[in-house]
Design a protein around this ligand. Structure first.
Ligand SMILES: [Zn+2]
Length: 238
């Protein structure tokens, strides 16, 4: 059987699907992959992006942090692609129990999905460090210099920076949903970066599917591996 048909069959048979997505899901929407060769990590900035996007840098060099953040991580004008839209359809049909994502662009919610677990946070949530007041992404990206609260406090995006821990509730819920799934679709991630590699070990279900342009270390334990662009795969699914 052709691999796409096989995937279709697994989706049709399954009742509790969890989708685990990495940067490859967003690239089809024109968002640069942090770690690809032409991605953020090879752009010329005074510091390496891993350093700028770290907790200590945020507090010590807030102005430079926000310069980079607004320049490189603003994806407010980006739209969901065929992958997001397909997952919305699966959730509406009651087959998809959750999306666990490493992306911070909010595109799954923009596509309509409700059960989205954002391991690395979201650019859409921002809080004052002094009074905890909520600010939307427009406020932060449109602010001049460092975004400040009305109380004078500094606003911080709810994005997990280097040196910061993942949100415990998000992580626990993701583990629970993955362990209860009958089909786990891992897509657009090389599974080399924490916590992706650790999380799929909790899967106890029948079928693990990996869809990624390159091979991964987990291909051997998968029921089905498709090495292709996500768009090529998802546009063929019903
Ligand atoms: Zn405040």
């Amino acid at each position: 059987m052709d691999k796409i048909n096989e995937l279709q069959k697994l989706i049709n048979e399954s009742k509790k699907i969890v989708f685990f997505g990495g940067a490859g899901v967003s690239t089809e929407s024109g968002i640069k992959d942090f770690r690809s060769k032409d991605g953020l990590y090879n752009m010329k900035y005074k510091w390496p992006p891993e350093m700028i996007l770290s907790k200590s840098f945020f507090y010590e060099n807030t102005k430079e942090f926000y310069k980079f953040y607004k320049d490189k991580l603003n994806c407010l004008d980006k739209e969901p692609n065929i992958v997001h839209n397909y997952l919305y359809k699966l959730e509406k049909e009651g087959k998809l129990t959750a999306i666990v994502t490493q992306n911070i662009d909010g595109l799954h919610q923009k596509a309509g999905n409700k059960k989205v677990y954002e391991l690395h946070g979201s650019i859409y949530r921002n809080y004052c460090l002094r009074c905890n007041k909520f600010y939307d992404a427009e406020y932060v990206f449109n602010s001049k210099g460092e975004p400040k609260c009305k109380c004078g406090g500094l606003i911080k995006p709810d994005v997990v920076l280097y040196q910061e821990n993942l949100d415990e509730n998000t992580l626990e819920e993701s583990i629970r949903l993955i362990s209860e799934a009958d089909l786990l679709i891992v897509a657009g991630t090389s599974l080399t970066v924490y916590p992706a590699s650790g999380l799929i070990r909790y899967f106890r279900g029948k079928n693990l599917v990996i869809i990624n342009r390159d091979t991964t270390d987990y291909d051997q334990i998968a029921s089905l591996v498709i090495n292709d662009n996500l768009k090529n795969v998802f546009e063929k699914l019903d």
